[in-house]
Design a protein around this ligand. Structure first.
Ligand SMILES: [Zn+2]
Length: 428
């Protein structure tokens, strides 16, 4: 699936080299991509200006290769059904995968535009509708369609979840239009141009982004700077005073940077402290911003709190992306990152750990802050999904167990250890 990256690199798909950083010859643009014939090497200048994904679009178009997702006019039936779905865009059971199919892969543009319209943000900020649509199309295109998980559908899902949180009573009565605008913008752009690999992968392969951001919140910094680049390129806010624009860009950065999962405890402790002291005052702009950060963090990792059918799909996709990275690491004899080895991990195990140590603590605090029906629904699904994965793991282990000698289960420690995990479970 990855093809031979070295051979491919001679025909115009070499990784971008910036400055003099030594570089492992791995091309992130083809990590999750089906092999395709290489085209002429004529657009290096363009490529340097574009994100990975838009370069791919560009190069396909210049070779006359149809993109997977032309923005052509949709079937009336599909458009009607998509519109119908948008009437219930605040529902926690919203099927984002169905919505993406009905919009022909344009879920991010359609859903975000709809929410901007619904909140009256277009009139309030005197936004040019053509510029807004163009901006959203660029955002959608800059997500990598090939990534199993970190793609535009994930961004749409996070935006939809963010909208659900913005509607919660505590937030809806205190947030300003500016907060709403920033919350939605941050959700839509929070993983922009994600390469489908982790920060540790970028660091160990000496990727220029790791050097640029000094190995700190490398991906999040890149998502933010990419979003700012598109805001400026589209001129969406060009009619606003420079000071306001810069302020918005800064706040957008602060929201996106909060999604760095390695800083989870820092945010969670601060949240807990505020809740213990009961000192959150949403009339205070700083406190409102902090709640927006927490809301975005919840939206970003809310997959395990969705109904099983949706949640399970996300779990399989994220595992697929992890295992893909592990395969590349093995191929290049790099140390395989945690959770990325398909021989020693499974979807269920990864999910149970993630739910227990990351999702539950965050959503328990969120439910303390916003004790509503939605919070109880989310915790309810979280419990059910965790039980679902545990049940599946038990079944797998029971299926493995008969192969061992039932008469002497405890007489050999090594044997017992090898029975703990099902070997070679490749669920995705
Ligand atoms: Zn994300």
């Amino acid at each position: 699936m990855l093809g031979d990256v070295r051979v491919r690199s001679r025909v115009g798909f070499e990784p971008e080299r910036r400055g003099s950083h030594p570089y492992l010859p791995i091309d992130f643009r083809i990590l999750h991509c089906q092999p395709e014939s290489a085209g002429p090497v004529s657009s290096r200048k363009i490529r340097r200006l574009l994100s990975f994904q838009r370069y791919l679009h560009c190069s396909r178009a210049s070779r006359g290769v149809a993109t997977h997702n032309p923005l052509h006019i949709l079937d009336h039936d599909y458009t009607g059904q998509a519109k119908c779905m948008l009437e219930k865009v605040g529902s926690w059971n919203f099927d984002i995968f169905l919505f993406d199919r009905l919009t022909n892969g344009n879920s991010l543009v359609n859903l975000t535009f709809h929410l901007f319209n619904q909140y009256g943000l277009i009139e309030l900020f005197q936004l040019d509708m053509v510029k807004l649509r163009r901006f959203l199309v660029m955002v959608q295109e800059d997500y990598h369609r090939q990534n199993p998980y970190h793609n535009a559908v994930h961004a749409t899902d996070v935006t939809q979840a963010m909208y659900c949180y913005l509607r919660e009573p505590k937030l809806s009565k205190s947030l300003t239009s500016c907060d709403l605008l920033l919350g939605l913008l941050a959700a839509a752009t929070h993983d922009l141009d994600h390469p489908g690999v982790s920060q540790s992968f970028l660091i160990k392969t000496n990727h220029y982004l790791a050097a640029l951001y000094r190995n700190t919140s490398v991906l999040e910094n890149h998502h933010w700077r990419s979003a700012v680049g598109l805001l400026r390129e589209s001129g969406l806010f060009s009619h606003l005073p420079l000071e306001d624009r810069l302020n918005m860009e800064r706040q957008l950065g602060s929201l996106i940077l909060a999604t760095d999962i390695s800083r989870q405890n820092e945010y969670l402790s601060k949240f807990r402290e505020h809740l213990d002291k009961e000192d959150l005052c949403l009339g205070n702009a700083g406190h409102r911003h902090f709640i927006l950060q927490m809301a975005l963090k919840c939206a970003d990792i809310c997959n395990p709190c969705r109904p099983w059918e949706l949640s399970k799909q996300w779990s399989e996709r994220v595992t697929d992306e992890f295992f893909h990275q592990g395969d590349v690491e093995k191929k290049h004899r790099l140390e395989v990152s945690p959770l990325c080895d398909r021989q020693t991990n499974s979807v269920g195990q990864i999910q149970i750990g993630f739910m227990t140590y990351v999702v539950e603590p965050l959503f328990n605090e969120w439910a303390r802050f916003s004790d509503t029906r939605l919070s109880r629904t989310m915790l309810g699904y979280l419990g059910l999904n965790k039980a679902g994965w545990s049940g599946m793991l038990e079944e797998q282990q029971a299926a493995v167990a008969p192969e061992t000698d039932p008469a002497t289960p405890d007489d050999d420690d090594d044997d017992a250890n090898s029975k703990v995990l099902p070997q070679g479970s490749e669920e995705s």
